[in-house]
Structure formats: structure tokens, C-alpha cells
Design a protein around this ligand. Structure first.
Ligand SMILES: C[S@@+](CC[C@H](N)C(=O)[O-])C[C@H]1O[C@@H](n2cnc3c(N)ncnc32)[C@H](O)[C@@H]1O
Length: 278
């Protein structure tokens, strides 16, 4: 197995994640027969600004009834949101077998398993025919991927002509260095950041048409500042990203926040369309 894949799978691996999440729900006196999708959103949206940013991205184009692929879907929160709110049929793919097991079980728990499918696999070798999806979605994944050219080429290959690509990314900005660990890596050797301009030239070289980009950095800083203030007063939440990031959660968040504030990093979301040449 390629070294970086092995390292990334280990980085995200949390044994018994589904059982831990359901145990925490029960501690909150939530009846497991009555759990709703939104009861999970503090843990199943593993990116800066959580559920709010996913909903903003989803409403920025018409995704209703579409067949969507989420690349690096984690435990599947955004997939369930797209299935539930926009009646999408959603496939999530992720490197982590434990995340995929958890994603499937959480969809069953909230009765969305008929609209979501989760598959373990690599973004660089997508097990789908060309022109399969109406939309491809990815949030906070490419920082784990060294071969950016292949990552974006795979996205464009599986997208139907006329289909949309929606992304939300952590990107390199200035020259300042980053402190580790960060949420996506414990070590600099397995963090593969690149610049927004580099991402856009890769997509343009693949003939994709830019529709919109939004700088999310300020909103991301505010989100983390509020989260850290809350943790300072109340301690770690029963259900939160701490279940995914483990003991070093505070350090990982603080290092990411520092990177954003010092302009070493930026957050950007956006939309591209694959031209329909017929
Ligand atoms: C920070 S999490 C984001 C999860 C999800 N996109 C979300 O926003 O809730 C990054 C995810 O990317 C996945 N990942 C990293 N490299 C990948 C690859 N080459 N192929 C598929 N998934 C990958 C990881 O396993 C992890 O679940």
C-alpha cells in the first residue's frame, strides 16, 4: 500500500466510532429510535463551519433530485443533508473503512439509507464509469492527496457533461509555516497543501468553467473562536468533532486557527461546471 494512504487511513481511524456516537446520544437522553439527522451534525460534518457551510454550498445551485458523489465523505453528514433536504441520491466514497461502516450505520439510524450509499475507496481511482454523476462534491479532502492532477482529473471524468463540481477547501496562502498536528495530519510530511491559484489552473486545464468562488476564511476564524470559547467554559461537548479528532482535538484546532489568522492558510468554497459540448 502506498505510504501516504496507509498513514492517512491510520490518522483518521477511530475504532467503534458508531458505537461511541450512539453511546453519546444516549447520554444526552436521545432515544435511538427517534434520532434525526440534525442530532448528528456536530460530529458528522468534519470541516470548518460544519453543517452551515454545507447548506450554503448546496443552496448556491439547483441540486434537487440529482445523483451526487461526495469524495472523501467521512462519516457522511453532508451526504445525508443532500439526500434529506434536496432529495438527492448520494454516493459517498472514503479511504477509511471505519468511517464507511459508521456512515452506513448512521444513515440506517436516521432512516436515510435508501438515499445514501457509502463505498470504501480511493479518490485517485474512483470505481465509477465516466459521466456517472450530475454533481461531484468534496470538502476538506485534497490536503491529504499528493497527486492533485489525478484528484481533479478523476472528478472531471466521473462528472456528466453539464454537471457541477462543488468544493470547500483548505488551501495554502502565504509563506508562514504551519504548526502540527492539524486536523488532517499529525506531521508535515503528510499534509499536501497547495494554493487556490494552482487549484484553479488545474481545473481550467481540464476545461472546467468557473461559476463562483467564496473566501470562507473570516467566517472560519469566527467559527473556531466561538467553538474554543465554548469549550473553555463548558468543556468538550458530548457530541462534537472531538469524537473524530481524539485527545489532540484542541491542539489541532488551535494550530489550524493560527494558520488561518496568520494567513498561512485560507478557506475557499466554489462551483465549477463541466461544459456540455453537444
Ligand atoms: C477532514 S475529513 C472530511 C470528511 C468530509 N468530507 C466532511 O467534510 O465531513 C477528510 C476525509 O478525507 C478522506 N480521504 C483522504 N484522502 C482520501 C483519498 N485519497 N480517497 C478517499 N478519501 C480520502 C479521509 O479518510 C477523511 O474521511
Amino acid at each position: 500500500m502506498e505510504a501516504s494512504i496507509d498513514e492517512i487511513q491510520n490518522h483518521y481511524h477511530r475504532p467503534n466510532l458508531y458505537e461511541i456516537i450512539t453511546g453519546q446520544l444516549e447520554k444526552q437522553n436521545i432515544d435511538l429510535k427517534q434520532v434525526g439527522r440534525r442530532d448528528l451534525s456536530a460530529v458528522d460534518e468534519f470541516h470548518v463551519r460544519g453543517a452551515a457551510v454545507s447548506e450554503e454550498l448546496a443552496t448556491s445551485i439547483d441540486l434537487e433530485d440529482q445523483n451526487v458523489l461526495d469524495i472523501g465523505c467521512g462519516i457522511g453528514g453532508p451526504c445525508r443533508m443532500l439526500a434529506d433536504q434536496f432529495n438527492c441520491q448520494v454516493t459517498g466514497i472514503d479511504l477509511s473503512p471505519e468511517y464507511i461502516r459508521t456512515a452506513n450505520k448512521l444513515s440506517e439510524l436516521v432512516r436515510l439509507d435508501h438515499k445514501t450509499t457509502f463505498i470504501q475507496g480511493n479518490a485517485l481511482d474512483l470505481p465509477f464509469q465516466r459521466h456517472t454523476f450530475d454533481a461531484v462534491w468534496t470538502q476538506h479532502v485534497q490536503m491529504n492527496v499528493p497527486d492533485k492532477k489525478r484528484f481533479y482529473a478523476e472528478i472531471v471524468r466521473v462528472l456528466k457533461p453539464g454537471g457541477s463540481f462543488l468544493y470547500y477547501e483548505i488551501l495554502k496562502k502565504g509563506k508562514s509555516t504551519l504548526d502540527f498536528p492539524v486536523p488532517w495530519s499529525n506531521r508535515p510530511e503528510f499534509s499536501f497543501l497547495f494554493k487556490s491559484s494552482e487549484m484553479h489552473s488545474l481545473l481550467e486545464n481540464l476545461d472546467m468553467q468557473k461559476i463562483k468562488t467564496t473566501d470562507q476564511t473570516i467566517a472560519g476564524i469566527e467559527f473556531f473562536e466561538k467553538m474554543l470559547a465554548r469549550i473553555h467554559v463548558q468543556g468538550p461537548p458530548l457530541i462534537g468533532l472531538n469524537l473524530l479528532m481524539g485527545e489532540s482535538t484542541l491542539l489541532k484546532i488551535s494550530n489550524l486557527l493560527k494558520g488561518l489568522k496568520e494567513k498561512a492558510l485560507q478557506l475557499e468554497s466554489g462551483i465549477y461546471v463541466k461544459p456540455d459540448l453537444n
